[in-house]
Design a protein around this ligand. Sequence first.
Ligand code: EPU
Length: 424
Amino acid sequence: MQRPMIIHGGTPLRGELRVNPAKNAALPILVGSLLTSEPITLEEVPRLRDIEVLLELLAHLGTRYAWEGRTLHLHTPEIKTAKAPYELVSKMRASFIVLGALLAREGEGEVSMPGGCAFGPRPVDLHIKALRDLGFAVEEENGTFSASRNGWPEGEVVFDRPTVGGTEQVMLAAALGPTEVTIVNAALEPEIVDFANFLQMLGVHIEGAGTAKMTIRGAETLGGGEYKIIPDRIEAGTYLLAAAATRGEILLEGANPEHMDALLSKLRESGHTVVTGTDWVRLKSTSEPQPLNVDAREYPGFPTDLQPPVSAYLATVPGVSLLRDLVYPDRFTHVGELARLGAELHLKERVLAIHGRRLSGARVKAFDIRGGGAMVIAALAADGETIIEGMQHVSRGYEDLENRLRSLGANVFSEPVPLQQAAD
Ligand code: EPU
């Protein structure tokens, strides 16, 4: 359990930050390291709880790893077991894609039903259908999936809808062997393109990454190498929204504005001045922002992972904003918590109407990573003290949040541990 975060809000955020590498690119890349017996070095890996959880699982499967500052060395000379146990997989949904890597390298794998964030159903049916379409035998018993192959995966997978994890699953499963696999309606997210670039460095032949039709031609064996992960567009977006919510000014360095078009366009529509360079974004906020209508959808649309943070921002903007999440239509655990800070929100038929106003501090909870990001944004904008519980969810996805906010002038600290607990 992590200590609650206390924020004395109402002060505009001001300053500069360097964007961290993307969690959602790092996770599949770490899993991809299972495909090869050669060493891999990843530069600047985010030090996040989700990364540690995945490393624990990889170590169980046979990976040796070592940190050198923020550089991560990974080496899996052989897979020790092709079974990913419930205790490790249930902590994080992203770990489910180890199945694809195990199938490619070992020809079989066993993985429990994944866990993950608590915001509505997140099934794996599309992963399983895709693997079956490629010729893998997949059985489910008591929440555990066992899969194996006879021949090499071959043919076409047509996803009913774009799925980030499902696309990664297929890319992994198809990475080794003499055959070719095509994904139709593949996810377009920048993290998919980064993952494809990493796999190409290992020796997998991939065409069309970042388009709806991607072809993966397996290699006989794969090599190793050094790789640098893309910047985290969701972390960057969360800080931009925090600056906008507090009517502050921020310069994000090491960002990739090309990955952030949908958000930057909404921030401009709301009245803020947003200027970009090749690897930076500057936001200077207006004192009279306008409400917005936002539909979260797959990339290049407005990201669902920024839907809770943008809700928090809009809760500070006078007028009525309307929001829908077309990727996770029930991703609204933050709504009740925002209401505690004085915002008026109505959720009807999966449309969230936000009547924004000046917020005031209260005791609130984070139920998942991005819902937690939303609470932090709202707390920074609210007058008085906000205490946020559930920070362990937030540290899954936001590295060194407290210090980074403090460097921007925020009045933030962790609730002191009671003396007796501290002595334990
Ligand atoms: N879906 C299915 N069946 C499946 C797979 C997905 O119905 O077998 C549905 C989902 O329920 C959802 C939609 O398809 O409605 C898209 O889900 P997707 O598979 O794309 O999501 P994911 O791969 O599980 C990743 C991110 C999430 C992010 C989503 C959407 C990682 C590790 N996770 O999840 O990030 O919200 O894509 O962009 O990449 C986060 O970082 O906080 C986070 C939750």
